[in-house]
Write a protein that binds this ligand. Structure first.
Ligand code: HEM
Length: 106
């Protein structure tokens, strides 16, 4: 069963463009991970500062293994590096745990 792990990152307004660029530069880095099914980076279109990294996995074990992997550590090495505006690219992060309980798609 697919599980959904959302990382809600608080990103100062002037660091958003750089966050998007950093993700684009890492395109495909997580794709080969066992149990990984896909992710979207969602940018706020209102005045919120939370960007959402919505990831899908085939099990909790797959997700846990990825967060403990070297690949995750490497992918997040730069996360604490200052952004171009001089401050941090994110000032907070929160993990939200979900599963699909209903819906439809076209
Ligand atoms: C303290 C917690 C975290 C912070 C501050 C954070 C922040 C970031 C940043 C800034 C990047 C861009 C990488 C770069 O700078 O080059 C990134 C990449 C990424 N993050 Fe996180 N992240 C955190 C934890 C997580 C968690 C728990 C997940 C999963 C739900 C996640 C999913 C991803 C994915 C999928 C990528 C891009 C693909 C990859 O590099 O493997 N992050 N994160």
């Amino acid at each position: 069963m697919t599980i959904i792990k959302i990382n809600a990152i608080t990103v100062p307004a002037d660091a958003g463009d750089e966050l998007a660029r950093r993700f684009a530069a890492r395109a495909g880095a997580v794709d080969g991970t066992e149990g990984f099914e896909g992710f979207e980076l969602l940018k706020p279109t209102d005045d919120r500062l939370q960007w959402l990294v919505v990831t899908r996995w085939n099990s909790q074990d797959s997700f846990d293994a990825w967060t403990k992997s070297q690949s995750f550590a490497q992918g997040h090495q730069g996360a604490s590096a200052p952004a171009q505006h001089g401050g941090p690219i994110s000032t907070g992060a929160e993990l939200w745990n979900y599963e699909v309980a209903g819906g439809s798609s076209k």
